[in-house]
Unconditional design. Structure first.
Length: 568
């Protein structure tokens, strides 16, 4: 250290260690607790720190970290302002928890001292923002939470946070960083080893995989059901090979990504219920909810195998699904092991496998015929039919385009052939995910087209002004397609499913489901110099989407407000 060099403060050690452990981005919404961090960034002088991106709303920041990880496979950090910032981030945190996203969420903690420290309380808000237990706000939805204390090395805390987040099953963690501690001199850790993030994932037990393979080999109609098995690119490839080589049909239920290419001969869509009535062995891979028990009947005597890092989904309070075998371990390894085990077990079964292959081909043709029948009338319907919207996007998007979907798109006929060409969130319905996730995806893959398709309600929940601000400031042009049905369609559909003949179903206007008068969403980008267009007629849709895509490819963000079916 030179004569004029300042001693490292804890905030500097924090930023340095994040970078050393591979954190490239911190999506930040700052407050008065950030003073030591801002000072550290200001005196960085070429030090290797993560890139801080200013995000004016925590929901967008959390979704950006989510989308960035889904494309890059690298965790990102989010830093928010004490209790209030944590509260705003909570919805995105729930999404990350249920989608196994290893987000490093950090929040400042309001100063605890009133005098005696340079970072002691100096604003009236510092009393109002203190909580008895700040971590309690998030504890149910994180794998680990902790508050940095005086005398502790922040390097070690960062290490622990990243390693826990990145160990299977992955998920978010939460750190609280008091202003006084960040402003103090850094405490050196006992050791400073830079290692790969997280524990090496466990392989399933050989005996368990051998039994699973034996059951599959002797099955008449084995079926794979998955939601997230293709999250890892090698797992995506392993599933494709296993299904193709042994003619194992694959149905996806509520997938959060692309698990199997839609042109794969074993891809049988997203509604496993009909197939489950036929399947005598069901292999469930990385799916917390593989079907809806209330509306699904399994074949009598069917054998059910669940494989995932946590096949019991132990972070879910109540869950009861049929299972004869629960196998814990990394899915990527399990798929490879199953393939190897089936090689010997299926010798002499070539004719049976070929018959199954032909049967699956027939089912694929029936599924394609269903979509062709729907499309024949959908292309002319007003308001615009969701299947026509999907069809137009299929025709216009690049093969490697990334579609981020949040309650805007019917994915049944969507063409997805690349590993990470589709992103949605899994299960928690924390609305507002789609917009920020699109920005995160674009940040991770700047040379690929990113298309966010969201409902009108999801668009409003996504904090669109914050979303467009960050997109403009960071030069992240995306195409935003709003499937605008002027309603909370999910609420209406849920009410009809519970009370199909009830008074709400018979009412002219169902209570609490209308979003009218609908705003002119296409004008939102006027304040940022972007491109906006409204589409009401099906014959105008393709050209409008093309104009939006052309704008994005020229570096200009675009919004296309598509008035779709579902208004009431």
């Amino acid at each position: 250290m030179g004569a004029d060099a300042q001693p490292e403060i804890a905030a500097e050690a924090y930023l340095r260690r994040l970078a050393e452990r591979g954190i490239e981005y911190v999506f930040a919404n700052a407050g008065t607790d950030f003073a030591p961090v801002i000072e550290a960034l200001s005196r960085s002088g070429g030090k290797n720190y993560p890139r801080f991106i200013t995000v004016p709303h925590e929901n967008v920041a959390m979704a950006m970290a989510h989308g960035c990880y889904r494309v890059s496979g690298k965790p990102a950090a989010v830093m928010v302002h004490v209790t209030v910032g944590t509260a705003n981030a909570l919805c995105g945190l729930m999404n990350a928890a249920r989608d196994s996203i290893p987000t490093i969420l950090t929040a400042g903690r309001t100063p605890s001292t009133e005098t005696g420290h340079i970072a002691s309380r100096n604003g009236h808000n510092h009393w109002a923002q203190e909580a008895f237990d700040q971590g309690a706000m998030v504890r149910e939805f994180v794998k680990w939470d902790y508050e940095l204390r005086h005398g502790q090395p922040v390097d070690s805390l960062v290490d622990r946070a990243i390693d826990i987040a990145m160990s299977e099953p992955r998920g978010p963690v939460y750190m609280t960083l008091p202003r006084e501690v960040l402003a103090d001199s850094a405490v050196a850790p006992r050791r400073s080893t830079v290692r790969p993030a997280g524990a090496v994932p466990a392989r399933p037990a050989d005996s368990a995989i051998e039994e699973a393979a034996r059951l599959i080999a002797h099955a008449e109609f084995p079926l794979i059901v998955t939601s997230n098995a293709g999250r890892n690119p090698q797992a995506f490839a392993n599933l494709a090979k296993l299904a193709a080589d042994y003619a194992l049909p694959v149905a996806q239920f509520a997938p959060s990504g692309t698990n199997l290419a839609t042109d794969h001969p074993m891809h049988l869509g997203y509604e496993p219920s009909v197939l489950l009535a036929e399947a005598d062995v069901v292999l469930v891979l990385d799916s917390v909810v593989p079907w809806i028990p209330k509306t699904t009947s399994l074949r009598r005597g069917a054998t059910i195998i669940h494989i995932s890092a946590d096949p019991l989904a132990s972070r879910y309070p109540f869950r009861e699904f049929e299972a004869d075998y629960l196998i814990a371990g990394e899915t990527r390894a399990a798929l490879s092991m199953l393939h190897d085990a089936l090689r010997d077990l299926t010798r002499g079964q070539e004719e049976a496998i070929e018959r199954r292959r032909q049967a699956v081909a027939g089912k694929r043709e029936s599924l394609d015929a269903k979509w062709r029948t729907i499309l024949a009338t959908a292309r002319e319907q007003t308001p615009i039919h969701p299947v026509w919207l999907t069809t137009c996007l299929n025709d216009l998007k690049a093969k490697d385009a990334i579609i981020v979907n949040e309650l805007g798109l019917n994915i049944g006929p969507l063409e997805m052939t690349e590993h990470d060409s589709f992103i949605t969130t899994y299960g928690s319905s924390g609305l507002g995910f789609g917009l920020g996730a699109a920005l995160g995806a674009k940040l991770a893959a700047p040379h690929r087209d990113v298309i966010a398709v969201v409902g009108d309600g999801s668009y409003m929940f996504g904090n669109p002004l914050s979303y467009h601000f960050v997109g403009n400031a960071e030069k992240l042009p995306t195409l935003t397609v709003i499937a605008n049905n002027h309603s909370w369609h999910a609420v209406r559909a849920s009410t009809l499913s519970v009370y199909p003949d009830g008074d709400a179903a018979k009412s002219n206007v169902m209570p609490l489901t209308r979003l009218e008068p609908s705003p002119s969403f296409e004008k939102t980008l006027d304040v940022y110099g972007g491109y906006g267009e409204k589409v009401e007629r099906p014959e105008d849709l393709r050209d409008a989407l093309q104009r939006g895509m052309d704008a994005v490819r020229a570096g200009v963000p675009a919004v296309v407000n598509v008035h779709t079916r579902g208004r009431h």
